[in-house]
Design a protein around this ligand. Structure first.
Ligand code: ARG
Length: 451
């Protein structure tokens, strides 16, 4: 593609070192769409005859089919997807193919392709995020009223329900989707026409190209358009955080499926056995999700690190943007799919939940609130209940069976009523709190929103 200036061939090692076709073949549908839009603009500017344009379009569509069918032979001598497709086109149709690259550089071409790839990927991930939310919501609905301990520091804290717990993840995923949508809005402008870095002396209708490719507009500074990879950084961040949420969900599920918790059981289909220990049923999907999240974060850091020292505009370092991008997109696509399936088939063991929630210590805060209602300042109430807890522990008596009047005269006979778990949950009516009524209302809101 640049033989004019060179007397020697590129060394084999340099070809192997510099090729990107082994990963950027994924850009082919976008490269082809971009080339057709570009060629159409050339025709409209009088640079291509109608016939030449038709040859280019047909040739590119044929190449697209060949790639789809796995019949296209990619070559690393042609470095990347852009040159592989252009060379194949020229081989196919001859002189008209050689005109395609007029007023275009691989620099604006790759930026265009990558934006289109990101946009399509965001749309797919958005939909998969919604599917996972729906799976969580269905389980939340089924177990809206199943009371379990809520934890801080992984120590039992206060009562919540399985429904409330699962809806927390629906909230997280909603923020992830909003971040994706926001990222999509910002990236959806067309850099084609920015050339190598300074546009072109041959003016094509950039707005028409942008419109054909579904962009909202065109980039407004050719140097920025070529050097910019912000949209990939933003996307990799959004994906890292989405992965982090899945990872936290995974950790909750690992705990829930342990004999120590026993709150849930994953299906045989979504667990694995041990080659040695016959009894094992391991939550590998959760562990893999947790583990793969490290890679998502790594991909973000890799790109930021590649960008931080780059002068304007294109530098070959920028080619390193795509492997992390593809990896994060493909990793998360599968993660969202498998997690949605796994959640959908998860069983909640209501009896074990019930037993764990029966711990009267979960209502120690409620006992302090009882004293507050009698006029005791909270700090004092906290200390009194703390003494009660210590006495219960020393006497090996459950807190709800302790004679509270020996701890403080502020306790009357009605103090015992505090330990009614259902009533304690019913009292948590503030917006966002886990009364079953609230949880049901939230479930309805999400059902409408995700319908
Ligand atoms: N494969 C290259 C990349 O992904 C395309 C752009 C090449 N541009 C260049 N000036 N060498 O970055």
């Amino acid at each position: 593609m640049w033989k004019g200036r060179f007397a020697q061939q590129t060394a084999d090692l340099v070809q192997r070192y510099g090729e990107s076709i082994s990963s950027d073949w994924r850009l082919y549908p976008y490269d082809i769409a971009g080339s057709i839009a570009h060629a159409r603009a050339q025709m409209n500017a009088g640079l291509l005859s109608e016939d030449e344009f038709a040859q280019i379009e047909t040739g590119l569509r044929e190449i697209e089919k060949e790639i789809e069918k796995g019949e296209f032979e990619f070559s690393i001598e042609l470095e990347d997807i852009h040159m592989n497709i252009e060379a194949a086109l020229t081989r196919k149709i001859g002189p008209a193919g050689a005109k395609l690259h007029t007023a275009r550089s691989r620099n604006d071409q790759v930026a265009t392709d990558t934006r289109l790839y990101c946009r399509a990927s965001i749309d797919r991930l958005f939909a998969l995020g919604t599917s996972l939310q729906r799976a969580l919501l269905a389980q939340a609905d089924r177990h809206a009223a199943v009371i379990v301990p809520g934890y801080t520091h992984l120590q039992r804290g206060q009562p919540v329900t399985i429904g409330h717990h699962l809806l927390a993840y629906v909230e997280m995923l909603e923020r992830d989707k909003l971040r994706l949508r926001d990222c999509r809005k910002r990236l959806n402008i067309c850099p084609l026409g920015s050339g190598a870095l300074a546009g072109s002396t041959i003016n094509l209708d950039r707005h028409a190209i942008a419109q054909e490719l579904g962009f909202e507009g065109v980039t407004t500074n050719s140097m920025d358009a070529i050097a910019d990879r912000d949209y990939i950084v933003e996307l990799l961040f959004a994906l890292s955080l989405l992965g982090t949420h899945l990872s936290r969900l995974s950790e909750d599920l690992v705990l829930w499926c342990s004999a120590e918790f026993g709150f849930a059981t994953l299906s045989d289909e979504h667990t694995t056995g041990s080659s040695l220990m016959p009894q094992k049923k391991n939550p590998d999907v959760c562990e893999l999700t947790r583990g793969k999240t490290g890679r998502l974060v790594g991909n973000l850091v890799a790109l930021l690190t590649a960008l931080k020292g780059l002068p304007l505009t294109y530098n070959r370092d920028l080619q390193e943007d795509k492997e992390p991008l593809f990896d994060s997109i493909e990793t998360l696509t599968l993660a969202l799919e498998v997690n949605a399936e796994m959640i959908a088939s998860m069983k909640v063991n209501e009896e074990n939940c019930r037993q764990a929630a029966d711990d009267p210590l979960l209502l120690a805060t409620d006992l302090a609130d009882y004293l507050v209602r009698k006029g005791v300042p909270f700090r004092e109430a906290h200390e009194i209940v703390g003494q009660a807890v210590a006495a219960a522990e020393q006497g090996n008596t459950p807190l709800n069976l302790l004679d509270l009047s020996t701890i403080s005269g502020e306790f009357s006979s009605d103090a015992r009523e505090v330990f009614d778990l259902e009533a304690a949950l019913r009292a948590r009516t503030n917006p966002g709190a886990p009364s079953i009524e609230n949880v049901r209302r939230e479930i309805e809101r999400w059902q409408t929103q995700l319908a």
